[in-house]
Design a protein around this ligand. Structure first.
Ligand SMILES: Nc1ncnc2c1ncn2[C@@H]1O[C@H](COP(=O)(O)OP(=O)(O)OP(=O)(O)O)[C@@H](O)[C@H]1O
Ligand SMILES: [Mg+2]
Length: 252
């Protein structure tokens, strides 16, 4: 049975169909009949001594930059690959516990993984799903999930181009006849922008800011300049000038 037939087939709520987007920045869990029930950062807070996990998701994100020497916060997926498999497994189990999957009789699971993962990591993610009470686990590539998610009919013999800018990777794929005809994955996405903002404050203002602050600047900058951005792009102007003006005014 292929992934598309699983997604399209009408399920009953009792079958407990679940879809997980295991992203480098955010993890989403969707449950048939309920919709998206988890949308939280892919972050783990753990003991530095024995790797015991204290919190995952939004609780762990709240601890970023506020931990003492015995606790550290990490992102187990980075740059589109699984950087720390044990922690990825721990995080997945933590999220699944929040969903109380053990109360569902027969769980069928689709997990969307970054395309940079190796075969060994794919196998490990599948095992992780099975350990979490799933009877059937299928993996799906991010651009295919994105295409289905926005309602494209990817079964037709035409090229659908998907550009998915995530936290760790930007995936560009041409999808046709239910498959990926060609794809490219580059390790430049939201995280890289956050790092660039931190770097800019360090170089231009001799000011140290944390990643949560730079991420919030990035999001607010984009929103508050949305009209100007559109106009500049339409006129073919580079956005760097207004960006630096905005950042300068941010701490004035
Ligand atoms: N309004 C916004 N403006 C700019 N960037 C945003 C906005 N909202 C979210 N982002 C950025 O999008 C990125 C997260 O995107 P997404 O949740 O799709 O990533 P992901 O699926 O976890 O990552 P990946 O696909 O690389 O594994 C983060 O870098 C976040 O800062
Ligand atoms: Mg993604």
């Amino acid at each position: 049975m292929n992934i598309l037939s699983i997604i399209k087939k009408p399920f009953s709520w009792l079958s407990g169909d679940i879809a997980i987007d295991l992203g480098t920045a955010n993890t989403l869990i969707w449950l048939r009949g309920k919709g998206v029930i988890i949308n939280e950062p892919s972050i783990v807070a753990r003991s530095v001594h024995d790797e015991k996990i204290f919190a995952v998701g939004k609780e762990a994100k709240e601890m970023v930059g506020k931990t003492h020497k015995d606790i550290e916060t990490i992102r187990p997926l980075r740059d589109g690959v699984i950087a720390d498999f044990n922690m990825t497994d721990g995080m997945l189990q933590g999220f699944i516990r929040k969903v109380e999957l053990n109360r569902i009789a027969r769980v069928r699971m689709v997990i969307c993984v970054p395309s940079g993962v190796t075969d060994v990591e794919r196998r490990a993610v599948k095992d992780s799903g099975e350990r979490a009470n799933a009877k059937e686990v299928y993996l799906i590539e991010e651009p295919v999930a994105a295409a289905i998610g926005i309602g494209l009919d990817i079964s037709r013999p035409i090229g659908n181009i998907i550009v998915d800018i995530g936290g760790g990777t930007t995936e560009i794929a041409v999808i046709s006849l239910n498959g990926v005809a060609t794809k490219e994955s580059i390790r430049i996405a939201g995280d890289e922008m956050d790092d660039a903002i931190v770097q800019w404050f360090r170089n231009e203002h001799k000011l140290e800011i944390g990643l949560p602050t730079s991420e919030s600047i990035k999001k607010n900058c984009w929103l508050s300049n949305a009209d100007e951005t559109r106009n500049n792009f339409c006129k073919g102007k580079r956005p760097s000038k207004w960006n630096s003006q905005y950042y300068s005014s941010f701490f004035r």
